[in-house]
Design a protein around this ligand. Structure first.
Ligand code: XMP
Ligand code: MG
Length: 183
């Protein structure tokens, strides 16, 4: 963590804030799905951290699956192109499915995923996202659980990377300009 500290410009959401929010979100999810079991679908790679922490705040039987899509690569701007790199192992038919996302930016990735997964006839399909960038969603999305609305800046940490680094930071922050130049 210390190895990254010098690269961080500012902390947008602290580790404590994230954990408190996930505890709340987990409690709400536990209430909303009482008596059911849930299939959590994480969108790799960014969501693996929120998936791990959120799931441990949910008091229900859970199963896990992951899917990998590409929309960003190593660049910092959304391309609008979504490709499935790894599909799910589970059959979604009649399952209660909760997609877990790290961040909603333009919303294009999620819109694509929702459409694709809805076609597999789950009993329900909802979204839990830790972060949402304010005011720039290009598409209308119905997000059941959202952690934090953040400014439209490129962020790293808590699963989010720049060139595959910074995912293990326990908080979400912005990078100093020189951190981009170093890579
Ligand atoms: P869209 O625009 O389709 O993009 O909603 C969502 C995906 O883009 C990535 N993303 C980011 N990754 N810092 C990152 O490290 C960011 O600020 C950022 N904004 C978007 C992320 O993979 C997300 O799932
Ligand atoms: Mg990335």
């Amino acid at each position: 963590m210390d190895a990254y500290a010098a690269d961080i410009e500012k902390v947008l959401v602290s580790a404590e804030e994230i954990q408190a929010k996930l505890a709340q979100m987990g409690e709400q999810i536990t209430k909303d799905y009482t008596g059911k079991s849930l299939l959590l679908v994480g969108v790799l790679k960014g969501a693996f951290v929120v998936m791990a922490d959120l799931s441990r705040q949910i008091g229900l039987p859970l199963e896990f699956d992951f899917m990998a899509v590409s929309s960003y690569g190593a660049a910092t701007k959304t391309s609008g192109v979504v490709r499935i790199l790894k599909d799910l192992d589970h059959d979604l038919k009649d399952r209660d499915v909760l997609i877990v996302e790290d961040i909603i930016d333009s919303g294009l990735t999620l819109k694509y995923l929702l459409k694709s997964l809805a076609g597999r006839k789950p009993a329900s399909l909802e979204v839990a996202a830790l972060l949402r960038k304010k005011g720039i969603q290009q598409v209308e999305l119905d997000l059941r659980y959202v952690g934090f609305d953040i400014p439209n800046e490129f962020v790293v940490g808590y699963g989010l990377d720049f060139a595959e680094r910074y995912r293990n930071l326990p908080y979400v922050g912005t990078l100093k300009p020189q951190a981009y130049e170093g890579l």
